[in-house]
Design a protein around this ligand. Structure first.
Ligand SMILES: [Zn+2]
Length: 158
C-alpha cells in the first residue's frame, strides 16, 4: 500500500462556473483556471499521482494546452485512474477536505462522492469528501478563493 497527498487552490471570479467534484454548484462566482478549475478533483489527482510517484497534475496535463481548455477535470481523473492501472495500482480510499467560506457545500457532498467514485470505478464508501471554512481567515476567508486537500491510498492491483 502507498499513500499520497494533494493540495490545490484556485481564485474565485465572477462569470465562471463553480465546479467541485464534478458537480455544478449555483453561486455568483466560480473558480478560474485553464480547465474547469475543479479544485477538489485536482487535489485528488495529485494525491493519486503522488501515491504512485508518477509526478503531478501539471506534468501530465500542462495548463496552456488547447486540449485541456475548460475540460472537465473528471476526464483528467479518469486518465489518472488509467495511468495508475497501467502501473499496477488500484485505488484503496480517498479522503478530501474542501476549504471554502461560501457557498455552503453540505448539500452537494454526496453527489461529489458519487461522481468521483464512479469516475474511479470504486465504491462510494471508498471516497470521503468533507467541507470546512477558514473562519474568515486569509484569502479563503475573504472569499477570494477555494482550496482543497486530499490524501489517497493505493494498493497493488489484484
Ligand atoms: Zn487546480
Amino acid at each position: 500500500m502507498r499513500a499520497g497527498i494533494g493540495y490545490d487552490a484556485h481564485p474565485l471570479t465572477p462569470g465562471r462556473r463553480l465546479v467541485l467534484g464534478g458537480i455544478d454548484i449555483p453561486f455568483d462566482k466560480g473558480l478560474s483556471g485553464w480547465s474547469d478549475a475543479d479544485v477538489l478533483t485536482h487535489a485528488i489527482i495529485d494525491a493519486l499521482l503522488g501515491a504512485a510517484a508518477l509526478g503531478d497534475i501539471g506534468s501530465h496535463f500542462p495548463p496552456g494546452e488547447p486540449e485541456y481548455r475548460d475540460i472537465s477535470s473528471l476526464v483528467l481523473l479518469e486518465r489518472v485512474r488509467d495511468k495508475l492501472g497501467e502501473n499496477g495500482w488500484q485505488v484503496g480510499n480517498i479522503d478530501a477536505t474542501i476549504v471554502a467560506e461560501k457557498p455552503k457545500l453540505s448539500g452537494y457532498i454526496d453527489r461529489m462522492r458519487q461522481q468521483i467514485s464512479r469516475t474511479l470505478g470504486v465504491a462510494i464508501s471508498q471516497v470521503s469528501v468533507k467541507a470546512s471554512t477558514s473562519n474568515e481567515l486569509g484569502f479563503i476567508g475573504r472569499g477570494e478563493g477555494i482550496a482543497a486537500w486530499a490524501i489517497a491510498l493505493i494498493e497493488e492491483s489484484s
